[in-house]
Design a protein around this ligand. Structure first.
Ligand code: LRH
Ligand code: MN
Ligand code: MN
Length: 429
């Protein structure tokens, strides 16, 4: 299927040219008054990328129902095509994160080429031992890496090693491991033994990591286990990553914490410990809602980025987080949602770059809480839209990605070329 033709994007941008120019100039003057060089910020934002989760281009659904959209991807090649459109229009997502077995295919070098043709490469591999694959010998109903049965643990280890092997073929450099292991009843699980079993299994996966790979341990407070999970928070994640070694780090999915937890502070702690693997960006109101990034609490996302920009500003050694989206779409077109989230991530990064670091340091030293909080608010409340529009326009993307996408008719064309599928993997919340 043809991607959106570049002339369509050019014609779309043409309409905005004057406006973008004027607004960018005006923002430039505003920032100059604050001692900020807008072009420098623009360059940093243009160089920022966030990975698309392959499973995000399909309609997610909940455990109650899934309402498939039209033209849904049927397999990983269709997913790559959709990811190509997201990158073509929003220019913020040069990589894709695959999920195995959802994205299994018979020719990985063909997939790598198909991705490269869309200007895409691959970020972290994700293993799946939280559901049973078709034909799988042993069930993960009662856990995987921490299962009481050694053969089931071995099967889960083997699957993770297979993910590494696939990743090597497509140029990935990291394995993200999230397990649904845990318990639903007090007494069901021996907490310490389950954690030890998890560590023992993870050590075997770690031993199979190539030297230039990292292993990302993703914690989650609940779901599908609702009483306890084996890697429930950053504490357990940190203990495990430390026990495994320097290539293991802790991945923060913003939706995986108890309500009101201070996530930005967790981020700061992990940075200080050299253990921040990276992120699964999304937003939530109640739990692991997997809503679009910044759609509910944009200030919280900003506070996370404030820690990231501060760490980069202070040249914290070894600071190299991986940035990925992880979201699920029930009522929107996934392509529109992913473009919007990617743009929101870039917006938030730009806003965090506007924080006057020297003034913030001084306010903190002087215990001037009001000034400190206002410095953050000033940066957060700056409308950086013209800067984002310029970044997209300069890169050949669309000034207004969603409008351009809708006018392109891509989804309608996909609907004709891709017959509707029932269910389909990659739709978990
Ligand atoms: C678990 C999770 C994890 C999975 C993805 C589909 O809730 O965040 O990252 O791999 O969702
Ligand atoms: Mn996640
Ligand atoms: Mn999640």
């Amino acid at each position: 299927m043809a991607r959106i033709i570049q002339e369509h994007i050019a014609a779309h941008n043409e309409k905005f040219q004057r406006q973008v120019h004027q607004d960018y100039e005006a923002l430039g003057w505003q920032l100059t008054r604050r001692g900020v060089d807008i072009d420098k910020v623009r360059e940093q934002v243009a160089a920022f990328g966030v990975a698309i989760p392959s499973w995000g281009v399909g309609t997610g659904g909940t455990r109650f129902a899934r309402f498939p959209g039209s033209g849904e991807p049927r397999h990983v090649f269709d997913k790559i095509e959709d990811c190509g459109v997201i990158q073509q229009l929003a220019r913020a997502t040069p990589t894709v994160s695959l999920h195995i077995p959802w994205d299994k295919c018979s020719d990985w070098s063909e997939l790598r080429q198909a991705a490269a043709a869309q200007g895409l490469s691959f970020d972290a591999m994700n293993s799946n031992t939280f559901s049973d694959a078709k034909g799988q010998a042993l069930s993960y109903k009662f856990g995987s890496l921490s299962h009481t049965d050694a053969a089931t643990r071995a099967q889960a280890v083997e699957h993770n090693i297979e993910c590494i092997e696939i990743g090597k073929k497509i140029g990935s450099k990291a394995l993200t491991v999230w397990v649904g292991d845990g318990s639903n009843f007090p007494g069901q699980s021996h907490f310490r033994r389950a954690f030890d079993r998890y560590l023992d299994s993870s050590r075997q996966i770690y031993a199979a990591l190539p030297g230039d790979w990292r292993m990302f341990l993703e914690h989650k407070i609940a779901e599908p286990a609702f009483y306890s999970t084996v890697i429930q928070d950053w504490g357990s994640s940190y203990l495990a990553a430390t026990a495994l070694g320097p290539q293991a780090q802790c991945l923060v999915d913003l939706g995986h914490h108890a309500p009101n937890v201070n996530i930005e502070m967790i981020v700061a702690r992990l940075i200080a410990a050299g253990k921040l693997a990276g992120f699964h960006f999304n937003d939530s109101k109640y739990g692991d809602d997997d809503l679009d990034a910044g759609s509910v609490s944009p200030y919280r996302l900003f506070l996370v980025f404030n820690e990231l920009v501060a760490a980069a500003h202070e040249n914290v050694q070894g600071f190299q987080p991986a940035y990925m989206l992880d979201q699920s779409h029930n009522v929107t077109d996934p392509i529109e949602s992913l473009m919007t989230s990617a743009a929101q991530v870039l917006r938030t990064y730009a806003q965090a770059l506007l924080v006057d670091r020297a003034a913030l340091d001084a306010a903190q030293e002087a215990n001037d809480a009001m000034t400190a909080s206002q410095l953050l608010k000033t940066a957060f409340q700056t409308d950086v839209t013209p800067l984002l529009q310029r970044v997209r326009q300069d890169a050949g993307g669309a000034v207004d990605p969603v409008a351009c996408y809708r006018a392109s008719g891509y989804r309608q064309q996909a609907a004709q070329e891709r017959p509707a599928v029932q269910g389909g993997g990659g739709g978990i919340v």
